[in-house]
Design a protein around this ligand. Structure first.
Ligand code: SF4
Length: 352
């Protein structure tokens, strides 16, 4: 089965209109029309996903690419996406698939995704590249099958899910990378991503936390438009107070792309300053992403400062934790969920 599938989490609201309750836009969709994400259509008063089992990208990725640094380190994840997105980020580096509105992709039903994950020696599946919320039916059915085969599931998401969507997927969702942009500045979200309100992202994060999903935060610092250190400090404090100081916090470098090709990459000193400010708020694990070889790629013990996990790009180059995941110098426990896979490949293996 590929393509059309009656949607989960929608309701008829009269006159053949439906309301989609997957993401915080809660689109009201008249008969014959699609929602904002472009992949959910009202046909005869029923809402359908147009992209069920239709993957536009699939690859076996190192888990550090998501990035997840404190979850099954060294593992690989079969990564899939469909076209479409509920955001319109002007700098999106996956814009050719996220902003595509013509339904395209290869037939890849849930059972085949799981089979591919096992064939490629992956330990989990990641729903990523575009926004998984908008292909929930495909992700949910795949995640359920994956669990039966002993695989874990992770979302890389903008966090714009409704509480109902979090409740729905969380029994099968083990980890989520929640991507902030411009440190959550509401004006940035409005003008750069066409997102009217950032509050649902915080609600989604609290719901994921309540449900016991492992969370890592990323924050893309966009040169000139989204690089306020005050905003960054506020975001870091919110994460510390609501998700806990052990929540990994990744600060990501922006690279020119899509509509922002004339904006330079984030300067290194801005990124380093951002990392230092985030650490000063009391967050224990602050990382710098998209700068391979930087000292902030490593994990340091928050108690004694010892470098306990060393990384380069998507590789773990040195693992110094004890078997029970403690600092070898002072015995401080380092929160790592799941198993460490020594020698885990840092390679990406694209399938298509
Ligand atoms: S998932 Fe798509 S159709 Fe549903 S509310 Fe969000 S943007 Fe609208």
């Amino acid at each position: 089965m590929s393509g059309l599938k009656e949607a989960y989490l929608y309701e008829p609201i009269g006159d053949e209109r439906v309301r989609c309750n997957l993401c915080a836009r809660r689109c009201v969709i008249p008969e014959g029309k699609r929602g904002f994400c472009g992949v959910r259509k009202n046909i005869g008063g029923k809402l359908y996903s147009l992209v069920y089992g239709k993957a536009v990208a699939a690859a076996a990725d190192p888990i550090m690419k998501k990035p997840l640094y404190h979850f099954h380190p060294g593992s690989s994840v079969m990564s899939i996406a469909t076209i479409g997105c509920n955001f319109r980020c002007r700098y999106c580096d996956n814009w050719s698939i996220s902003q595509e509105r013509e339904v395209s992709g290869m037939k890849l039903p849930p059972a085949r995704v799981v089979q591919l994950a096992l064939e490629y020696g992956c330990q989990g599946i990641s729903y990523t590249y575009t926004e998984p919320t908008i292909f929930m039916e495909y992700a949910y059915d795949t995640a359920k099958l994956a669990k039966e085969k002993g695989l874990f599931n992770t979302f890389v998401t903008n966090g714009y899910m409704t509480p109902e969507a979090v409740d729905f997927i969380s029994p099968y969702l083990d980890a989520a990378t929640v991507d902030f942009k411009g440190s959550g500045n509401p004006e940035f979200y409005k003008t750069m991503a066409a997102v009217p309100d950032v509050e649902p992202i915080y609600e989604c994060l609290k719901a994921l936390k309540r449900r016991g999903v492992h969370i890592e935060i990323t924050n893309l610092i966009v040169t000139k438009y989204g690089d306020s250190i005050d905003d960054l400090k506020m975001l870091a404090e919110w994460v510390r107070d609501n998700l806990g100081p052990d929540t990994p916090f990744h600060i990501l470098r922006f690279h020119p792309d899509y509509m922002l090709t004339d904006v330079p990459a984030t300067p290194l000193n801005t990124l380093e300053k951002a990392c230092e400010v985030a650490k000063e708020t009391g967050l224990h694990y602050v990382y710098l992403g998209n700068v391979p070889g930087h000292r902030y790629e490593h994990t340091y013990c928050p108690n004694c400062g010892e470098r306990v996990i060393e990384r380069f790009g998507f590789y773990i180059t040195r693992w110094r934790l004890t078997e029970d995941k403690k600092c070898p110098n002072c015995g401080q426990e380092i929160p790592i969920k799941g198993k460490y896979y020594p020698g885990g490949s840092g390679y990406q293996m694209p399938i298509f």
